[in-house]
Design a protein around this ligand. Structure first.
Ligand SMILES: Nc1ncnc2c1ncn2[C@@H]1O[C@H](COP(=O)(O)OP(=O)(O)OP(=O)(O)O)[C@@H](O)[C@H]1O
Length: 602
């Protein structure tokens, strides 16, 4: 990118920012623009009136004092004072408008980020590259867009002011114009160069910053407090954190040191230019080519112009910096989900006749070409209970993610009543399922909401929450809590209460039962339940789930016995299929696993 491009690039951001600004705060945008115009107008009027005042007083010095001349001076003073008051009021109101604009724009950007974050594919959160984009968008901050507009307004204001003052300087001697340029331009180029360097460095360091943030979270969050203390990890983590912060600090200071050196050189050139010009003017004045007044005027306004120029440089540099960081925000806002909605979705069959089938499904996670599922054929018919068993990492959870269309297969297809699931509306299709994953959510909300989140379309006071809790075997312990269903869970907020892991799991189960879906998917649903609770859950499981279809993943083979069909996954491949009795008869992997577990129980 050329230097000139660098200077003008920030204005490109405005193409996207201005419509956002207009959308988020029309009233304040209009008010802010009008007030800024008034501020410039009154500011210039004050300068002009001051000059007039000095002219009038100078004229009076050479003439006799008279009441009319005194009145003129007093009127002139009053007018200048009035304009100054108007200027100050416009400036204050403009700053109020900018603040209001800023708050509304920040909310708007937050909203845009949240919409994209919620819609983003699951892959987004499972890939560090994408996750960095989110982090950088967050760092770009929600204040940047409004800063760009604020800076631009100030820039326009300063440009108008500087033009007026430059005009005055040229009236002294046009040769002073190149001197003024030498005093301003190099500083501008230097600032732009270092802003770019800082930006590139920050982009490179996102991962490191995120890692430091993670270590900070490890040391300060309650989630890991127990392990951290028992394993005495505190010192180790602190050292790692200090080391990372040290690298970040040193690198940043290196850039700032370089910048300070170059800026000092540039400031020296500007000072040389100023004193050179002063020497020239002093010589000209001594030779009688200039008046002493010109010399005084030069001393008064050249430095003012120089400081305005520096402000301008800073505003341009800030605008440039904002533009770079806004690029990061736009990068995130432009990410489109890969799991997309068809243009003309097929209506979901009601009720399901054939159910769901996986036909030759192969799947690799994005960024990897190692298949975690290979040529999978599997069917879940309406009302059928299907179980999936297999060693850790054999691909069970990945298969559930494909079923729910959190990912699409790389090869093969998944069908619902014969049609590819990519032909159905995404939201409608996902609504067919209620799922609890192994790492189910612990919401810092009331017990009622924790369950209702399984079907948020239900009203806040729905009796379905209690029904779901009864089905999950959670009702009894919930009623014993201090505020029953209204008890707030987790200790993140005041009055929150913590419950045991098994109790959390029962609440997660209730959340899955809350939604009257066509298919219920339970990934390790009883890993934390006591044997009594587990037995009760599966004793009359079919009635409990209203004879809907279910997919159960469990390492406890006593649990999967009740399934109509059991699939045995091994390294992403289905090795055995059949009912419990059939698989025992096959004397294969399942039979061996079952015998081993049964042996332990005996
Ligand atoms: N987000 C991911 N990105 C890349 N690879 C992944 C991701 N999640 C899982 N894997 C890989 O996919 C394979 C299957 O993982 P999966 O979670 O499906 O196994 P699982 O059978 O459910 O295991 P477990 O019984 O331990 O829950 C593993 O080798 C794992 O490393």
């Amino acid at each position: 990118m050329s230097r000139l491009d660098g200077v003008f690039a920030p204005f490109l951001s405005l193409r996207r920012i201005l419509p956002m600004l207009w959308q988020s705060s029309r009233y304040w945008t209009l008010a802010g623009t009008v007030l800024m115009a008034l501020e410039i107008l009154f500011g210039l009027a004050v300068l002009y009136l001051l000059k007039q005042l000095v002219d009038v007083v100078t004229m009076m010095l050479g003439s006799e004092p008279s009441p009319s001349a005194t009145r003129t001076v007093l009127w002139s003073v009053a007018l200048t004072g009035g304009c100054t008051l108007a200027y100050l009021s416009a400036r204050s109101m403009a700053s109020l408008a900018r603040e209001a604009q800023g708050l509304l724009m920040a909310e708007h950007i937050d909203h845009e980020i949240h919409v994209r974050a919620v819609r983003a594919d699951l892959a987004f959160y499972e890939s560090p590259r994408y996750f960095d984009t989110l982090q950088r968008a967050r760092e770009a901050g929600n204040q940047r867009p409004v800063q760009v507009v604020g800076n631009l307004m100030m820039l326009i204001k300063n440009c108008v002011m500087l033009a007026a003052i430059t005009g005055l300087i040229v009236t002294i001697d046009w040769l002073l114009l190149p001197v003024l340029l030498v005093a301003i331009l190099p500083a501008l180029l230097v600032r732009i160069r270092f802003t770019r360097q800082l930006y590139t460095w920050q982009r490179r360091r996102t991962q490191m910053e995120r890692r430091a943030g993670y270590l900070d979270w490890l040391m300060t969050s309650d989630v890991n407090a127990k392990e951290l203390r028992l394993n005495q990890l505190g010192d180790y983590l602190r050292e790692q954190y200090t080391e990372l912060r040290g690298v970040i600090r040193r690198e940043r200071l290196r850039i700032t040191r370089r910048r300070t050196r170059v800026e000092l050189a540039v400031a020296s050139i500007a000072t040389l230019a100023f004193f050179g010009a002063l020497a020239f003017l002093a010589w000209q004045t001594a030779e009688g080519h200039n008046s002493v007044g010109d010399l005084v005027l030069f001393l008064l306004i050249f430095q003012r112009a120089q400081s305005m120029g520096q402000e301008l440089v800073q505003q341009l540099a800030r605008l440039h910096e904002d533009h770079l960081f806004l690029g990061l925000l736009f990068e995130f806002l432009d990410i489109r989900p890969v799991i997309s909605q068809p243009e003309h979705p097929v209506p979901i069959p009601e009720p399901l006749r054939e159910g769901i089938r996986l036909e030759g499904v192969t799947f690799c996670y994005p960024g990897s070409d190692i298949p975690v599922l290979k040529e999978i054929d599997l069917a879940i018919r309406p009302g059928q209970i299907v179980a999936l068993v297999g060693a850790n990492g054999s691909g069970k959870t990945s298969l559930v993610k494909l079923l729910c269309r959190l990912y699409d297969p790389v090869r093969g297809r998944i069908t619902l009543d014969g049609s590819d699931i990519r032909d159905y509306g995404l939201v409608e299709y996902r609504r067919l399922f209620s799922v609890i994953f192994q790492d189910y959510a612990h919401y810092a909300a009331s017990v009622r909401d924790n369950i209702r989140f399984g079907d948020i379309r239900q009203p806040a006071e729905t009796s379905r929450v209690e029904e779901a809790a009864v089905r999950a075997g959670a009702d009894a312990f919930i009623r014993e809590l201090a505020q029953g269903y209204d008890t707030r869970l987790t200790r993140i907020f005041d009055e929150g209460q913590e419950i045991s892991i098994g109790q959390w799991q029962k609440i997660a189960l209730a959340r899955a039962f809350m939604h009257h879906s066509s298919v219920i998917i339970l990934d390790e649903p009883t890993s934390a339940l006591d044997p009594g609770a587990e037995f009760e859950l599966f004793e009359n499981f079919r009635e409990r789930i209203d004879h809907r279809a279910a997919l159960i993943i469990s390492h406890r083979l006593s649990t999967v016995r009740l399934a109509d069909v059991i699939y045995v996954l091994d390294k992403g491949v289905i090795k055995e299929t059949g009912s419990h009795d059939e698989l025992i008869g096959q004397q294969g992997i399942y039979c061996e696993l079952f015998s081993r577990q049964a042996h332990h129980y005996r």
